[in-house]
Design a protein around this ligand. Structure first.
Ligand SMILES: NC(=O)c1ccc[n+]([C@@H]2O[C@H](COP(=O)([O-])OP(=O)(O)OC[C@H]3O[C@@H](n4cnc5c(N)ncnc54)[C@H](OP(=O)(O)O)[C@@H]3O)[C@@H](O)[C@H]2O)c1
Length: 274
């Protein structure tokens, strides 16, 4: 069987890191995207839309393994996509989430029943979520949101990708569900302080009411149920910090990257422009 790996959502936060790390590991990679996109040298590009199973036939040719992101809030269409994958490949690594929302639980179940060898990744909040504050930080250096004391252990997207690459290219990960976090919990106010420190730009947290934060989220185009879910999770993490797992280190052999390292790599996004 050819050892070519298809990466879906290859332009996404985790997908592009999976592509890069697979290339560094010398794997044959095919990147799935709907539009034009640039990938590292040696990466084969395929066009296809996960909501249109027929559009994936070419992308799946001569593929042994698939990194699957399902970028929809329902599993409609997933069974057909999994059937196509199983006709071509033998293994799937699925990017789920630690929240295991209804559609993610249903997706995990379909994957388990697909006949494919599977590994499920359940990351907690991505460090990259901090990019949502970039405009406020670059502007007046004040982040005004709710639940500044909500504490969570953000996971670096390169660590999620590193775990994915192990599961995609090595044996011993079949049937595993990996819950992924960073190495320590930080409150949202501490995260903002660290972003300012690394960008050499004083930044502080200003506490807003949950009602005000909800209105801001809706104004940014978030669906009401997502805004409510996020605020509910933040309220819970104010009372009790999110968990910390050792899974990144157990799978990859390297300690999980810190939020400080993520912030140091992304100073450009947070530096004042004026
Ligand atoms: N953010 C978090 O804290 C967090 C935590 C846990 C789990 N997750 C999960 O991680 C996954 C990735 O989330 P993200 O926010 O980081 O998004 P993302 O992967 O950065 O961006 C979405 C990706 O999906 C692709 N895509 C969108 N619609 C598509 C379609 N119809 N057909 C094929 N590809 C399509 C886009 O590719 P093109 O536009 O190039 O086609 C893009 O690469 C989601 O499933 C999310 O639930 C996120």
């Amino acid at each position: 069987m050819p050892q070519r790996i298809l990466v879906t959502a290859a332009t996404g936060t985790v997908g592009r890191e999976v592509v890069a790390q697979l290339r560094e590991a010398g794997a044959e990679v095919r990147a799935l995207t709907r539009g034009p996109a640039a990938f590292p040298p040696g990466v084969d590009t395929a066009h296809g839309d996960l909501s249109v199973p027929d559009s994936l036939s070419g992308a799946l040719q001569d593929v042994s393994t698939v990194f699957l992101v399902w970028p929809f809030a329902s599993i409609d269409g997933l069974a057909a996509v999994l059937t196509l994958i199983a006709e071509n490949a033998g293994r799937v690594v699925y990017l789920s989430s630690a929240a295991v929302r209804d559609h993610e639980r249903q997706a995990e179940q379909l994957i388990e029943e697909s006949g494919l060898e599977w590994t499920v990744l359940r990351p907690h909040a991505f460090a990259a979520n901090a990019l949502r504050w970039s405009e406020q930080i670059r502007g007046n250096g004040v982040v005004r949101e709710a639940y500044g004391q909500a504490s969570m252990s953000l996971v670096h997207e390169r660590d999620i990708a590193a775990v994915a690459v192990h599961a995609l290219t090595r044996e011993g990960h079949a049937g595993a569900r990996y819950e992924l976090t960073g190495p320590r919990s930080l409150s949202q106010a501490e995260q903002v302080r660290i972003l300012g420190e690394k960008a050499e730009h004083p930044v502080h947290w200003e506490e807003a009411s949950p009602q005000e934060a909800r209105l801001q989220m809706l104004a940014r185009g978030w669906p009401p149920e997502v805004a409510d879910e996020v605020l509910h999770a933040q309220a819970a993490m104010t009372a009790r910090p999110g968990p910390i797992t050792k899974t990144v280190e157990q799978v990859t052999g390297a300690p999980a990257r810190t939020f400080e390292s993520w912030a140091a790599e992304h100073t450009k996004a947070f530096r004042a422009t004026g």
